[in-house]
Design a protein around this ligand. Sequence first.
Ligand code: 8YV
Length: 323
Amino acid sequence: ATSRPRVLQYGKMPLPQLDAELAQAYEVSILSEQPDPARFLAEHGSQFEYLVTSAGMGLPAHVVDALPKLRFVSSFGVGFDSLDRESLMRRGARVGYTPGVLDDCVADLAFALLLDAARGLSEADRFVRRGDWARSRFGIRTRTSGKRLGIFGMGRIGSTVARRASGFDMEVAYHNRRPVEGSPHHYLPSLLELARWSDFLVITAAGGVGTQHLVSTEVLGALGPQGFLINVARGSVVDEAALAQALKQQRIAGAGLDVFEDEPHPHPDLLALDNVVLAPHIASGTHETRRAMADLVLRNLAQFIATGEPVAEVPWSAAQQTA
Ligand code: 8YV
């Protein structure tokens, strides 16, 4: 048992079972559970070659800088915008993540938010529970079938959303940094044009460098008073204050949001609005998908320790190997 590799876990994982499985296989220290994490890092940082974190917790530069022997990070999640790229590259540490196993559940939630925003489902639920049904009528809403669905970010998740759309007889167009080879969908060369075209604009783009506030007042204006915004990507891609204003003034029809700029604190103005559906970052949060993500976190770590190559590696980490 003494030969088990040491692993620094940045915090508790999004699937409690995974905490137990990591502790079973490795000599784990959980940084967030230490009485004085900064002191723990200063005293023990040089003992760790392996670290486990999640997209939600991230990994800041000061932690990487306190781990001089760090070789591999196994992250729970497909997003890697919260992992400090610069310090990790400087350290020469490789980074594994969990792409591919959450596409269905994230696309499902995008559609749940889309249908809810269009039909007012969450608002209707509040209406019935308040007893308003016996007093008044619930307003009529917007059709979804046959409408135009714009997808910003045509990666694994975006294309899974597009497949869902065909069941609703929706027309699909997309914007992406570049056209996706072999995609049957219409490419629009700018987000602004996509927003102008769309009835429903779904954000499935990766967050991070170069994507901050791309969904701006101008883009929301192009989406227009009949348009809906759905975001299951990263809150940072949307100017949330501008979105709250646009919703309040009904310059767009509605929104469905699973992600926010400052989680767990949605912009306070959003909480008072009925034309937005709010979810607490739950798109990957099913038993099946979180299990698959946990398995990939474990496999990435085990395989890196055994062979020096993870199963799935973030693009900039992989690129540094071939450069
Ligand atoms: C998770 C996510 O909830 O995969 C991602 O990038 O944002 C979500 O699936 C997150 O990783 C949990 O921290």
